[in-house]
Every structure is written in C-alpha cells, then in structure tokens.
Design a binder for this molecule. Structure first.
Ligand code: MTE
Length: 317
C-alpha cells in the first residue's frame, strides 16, 4: 500500500522566535483579509473554542518534580494531537466527544506465556491506581505538564510473562473509521501503531494512563487506555490502545513509516538533534509565553539515560 507523504504540520507559533511572532500577530490584528481570523486563532491556542463537558473542571496546584505547575484541565483537554479525528489540535475535543470507550478490551499477546484479553474493568481492578505528574514534550516543540492516573506498563507485561524471545513491544490504536473520521484519510497507514524496546517498556516511568486530574480520561486524551512515555516525544504516547504485542524485531511505527527522516523509532527528547524542519533546542509550554530550554530526555535522564549506553543518539533518533 502506498501512502502520500504528509508530515506533522507545525504552526509558526510553535517554532518562531518571540519577536517575529509578536510582530506577525500585530500585523494580523491590523489585517482585514478574510483569512485573518482563522490564522490568528491558529496562533493563539489559549483562544481555542473550548468544549463544554458535563465533567467538572478540576483545579490542581500540583507541580512536577522540577517545581513546574501542571497545566489547566482546559488546556490539557482542548489542545490535542489525535489524527484519527483531525489534524487541527483545537478541533479534536469536539470531534472526539461521544466516542465509544465502553465496552473496551485490550489484547496482550505475541511472545508471552499467558496471552490475555483484558476488559477495561479487569485492568482497573487488577492494578493499583497511581498518580504521575509528567511533562509531555511534543515533537512540534510545545509542551505541557499533566497529572495522569493509571499504572505502570511493567505491571501488565509481568502479568502475561514475556518469553525470552520477546525484545520489543508493539502497540496498536483502535480502528474505527465510522467513529474516527480521520481514519478515512489515506494519507496515513491506519491503525496508528507505536513501539518500545522491552527494557524501555519495563522502565518504571512507562505508564498506561486511564485518567487525568483524578477523572477518567476524556476521549481526546486517548480514553480509555493510552501510553505515556515521558522522556520521548509525544507521538510515542499512543492513544486508545486495543492491542499490545510482544515481538522479537523492532516494530513499524506510523510516523516512521510516513517520514523516517523526521521521526525515528527511539524519538528520545533531545535538544541537540534538530528536526529537519525546526530546532528542538527550545519549547513553548502551553500557558506560557517565553520559550524554555528543552531538557535532554525531557528531564528524565537520571532514570533512563543508561538504557542508551553505547548508542549514538544522533543516529538512533
Ligand atoms: N495517538 C494516536 N492514536 N493518534 C495520534 O494522532 N498523537 C500523538 C500522541 N498519541 C496521537 C497519539 C502526539 S503527536 C502527541 S503530542 C500526543 O498524543 C498528544 O497527547 P494529548 O493530546 O493527550 O496531549
């Protein structure tokens, strides 16, 4: 199957230095062209159309271990990447509303002694819920701090007993084009898939999220089950997982298959390796205006840098 190349579109607000961005905003304010309003909205995520939900809008004063405040519930649930619905971050929440998250099963299979299909209720009962406040650094150079609820992926993997041949873990998103209109597009090889090396998957930081802000996850954030790998670019953190397969060889991943020169298998956050089309040295934290320095491994180097001893991370990006 051939797929037309389509890379992640990045808004100029994500990658433009502040001065240039400011002057463009001033210019656009003055502009009276018909497209002006749409462009301006695209440059100002805080002005996104927010989706009314029947959920409470929780407030948290939690901070991550670096002392950075968590993002607001509104930002986390209204500024999303989820190409199964749309490529427009501010439209995901609306289009994902009503997406069926129950009943839901997750098949854990492949090179394991005990292949099992778990219902979501089984997973929620079986594994003790934890809260993890993690930074999410998108490859597009924006970031957030998110208080997730869920459990370590390692707990689930231990349950099915990977065999000694298992070296990698492959994850697959649900394929449901009737509910996810983006999956009707032939630009991407659906369903979305991702992968980790087994030792990355077993690292204690690697998390399966079932909630955020103490609430069940909303569809736009990958309900009912999504991966969170905080030291890697956000595209590794695959949403709405239905299958987890233990395999012997490095699995294909959606972004690598559409643009392998731009999105590698490892995708560790690395300020020293630029994306071919923009710098990765800095990022824009949603809710802030000044850009901040991007940290190696997104600030989690102490826990994970040793996984890559002896590897040249400018090659294995
Ligand atoms: N998972 C699926 N299935 N489809 C996607 O388009 N986008 C990824 C990741 N997981 C994506 C996905 C990208 S690029 C990012 S940055 C994060 O989800 C965004 O997660 P959030 O919307 O919860 O902040």
């Amino acid at each position: 199957m051939t797929h037309l190349y389509k890379s992640i579109p990045v808004r100029s607000s994500e990658i433009t230095p502040k001065q240039a961005y400011l002057s463009r905003r001033d210019f656009m304010k003055a502009a009276t062209v018909a497209t002006g309003a749409a462009l301006l909205a695209a440059c100002a995520p805080s002005a996104a159309t927010e989706v009314e939900t029947s959920r409470p809008d929780p407030i948290s004063d939690a901070v991550d271990e670096l002392g950075d405040a968590v993002n607001t519930y509104k930002d986390i649930t209204n500024y999303n990447n989820y190409y199964e619905f749309t490529t427009d971050k501010q439209e995901v929440a609306g289009l994902a509303q009503g997406f069926t998250v129950s009943p839901w099963t997750v098949e854990v299979s492949g090179l394991v002694n005990k292949p099992t299909t778990f219902g979501m209720e089984d997973l929620l009962k079986k594994f003790q819920e934890e809260e993890r406040v993690y930074r999410l650094r998108c490859v597009e150079a924006w970031s957030m701090v998110i208080p997730w609820n869920g459990f370590a992926l390692a707990s689930l993997l231990k349950e099915v007993e990977p065999t000694s041949d298992a070296k990698y873990v492959r994850f697959q998103t649900v394929y449901r084009p009737e509910e996810m209109r983006g999956q009707k597009s032939e630009l991407y090889p659906w369903p979305y898939q991702e992968g980790l090396r087994l030792d990355e998957a077993m690292n204690d930081l690697t998390f399966l999220a079932t909630g955020l802000y103490g609430e069940p996850t909303l569809p736009q954030n990958g309900a009912p089950l999504r991966l969170v790998v905080p030291w890697k670019y956000g595209f590794k953190s695959i949403k709405s997982i239905v299958k987890i397969e233990l395999v012997s060889a490095e699995p294909d991943t959606l972004w690598k298959s559409v643009a392998s020169n731009e999105y590698g298998f490892y995708a560790n956050v690395n300020p020293d390796v630029d994306h071919p089309r923009w710098s990765q040295a800095t990022e824009r934290r949603i809710g802030e205006f000044e850009r901040r320095a991007t940290l190696p491994f997104n600030g989690y180097g102490e826990q994970v840098a040793r996984l890559y001893d002896g590897m040249d991370l400018s090659v294995h990006y």
